[in-house]
Design a protein around this ligand. Sequence first.
Ligand code: PHE
Length: 353
Amino acid sequence: MSYEHPSLAPLAARLAAVPTLPADALDAEEIAVMGRKQGELTLLLKSLATLSIEEKRAMGGALNQLKQAFDAAFAARRAELAATAAAVEARQVDLTMPARQSWTGTRHPVTLVVDEIVEIFRGLGFTVALGPEVETDALNFTMLNFPPDHPAMDMHDTLYLGGEGGGGQVGERLLLRTHTSPVQIRVMQDGPPPYRVVIPGMVYRNDAFDPSHAPAFSQIEGLAVDEGITFVDLKATLTHFARRFLGPDTRVRFRPSFFPFTEPSAEMDVGCRLCDGAGCPACKGTGWMEILGCGMVHEQVLRNVGLDPERWTGFAFGMGPQRIAMQRYGLPDIRLLYGGDMRFLTQVGGGTP
Ligand code: PHE
């Protein structure tokens, strides 16, 4: 363009910069260039009068074009800045509004208890094994030496899955597992002894949802099989566990019991922590609280997975982390552990409600 005369180069450069000028620099720049008295372009236009005819011809047109270009550039930039400001306004950001609360997460009380129990057994050389919640009735019952229609199964009513009438042949039918014990079978089928595993997981039973029962709850199973394991190992291991978990002065006792997959079988009680053994509503006046079932792995179970009971022996146990959490945190109702009420959960685990 004609205003690109060498002596006009500095003004041409300033013209090029106008579209990027910030709002607060725009007015000052307009005055500096076009100001009526001291504007650089204005002064050049005024100086035209002192030039010869030829010089006027050379510069006059160029300066006028430059003036028009500046006018247009300032107007365009001003319009652009006004449009941006209007858009910000339209978003209606309320800078006085309180910030949204930030949350700190926390682990569920049952998770805290499970993690702590697993950690104690890890210290004894146990590893963690897991199994599916949908199980065959062969693993949930038959392989664990439940005779068909044995009354022990009354406590293990659950949901059957699959096709007609529960689906499949007996042995193959799928169900929601009623305990974590079938994972004992899976572990033993997976490779040769020795085994030392703990097995946390959810189990399902046709139980009422009342202060001490839930239709879905968790268990921690334990299994140790090796050469030369006796009932002494069972008692020593579980007593050690109770004292690590509940305190070194914890009293324990073993009562005879029955499970199809252990022989002999026992329940382990711990001295009631609320009344220190004197008897209170929590322990139903007995001074003791049951915390787990256990026993020596039944010979038939060992034979079912192809192990020779003359060579291999072992013990197994199963406990309910919800019950244990209720004792640890003094909870009157198991249902508090379900439903995710943050006011309750944060009292135990920390975090923000
Ligand atoms: N599976 C048993 C139950 O759910 C508990 C148990 C596990 C007992 C292992 C003995 C050995 O009642």
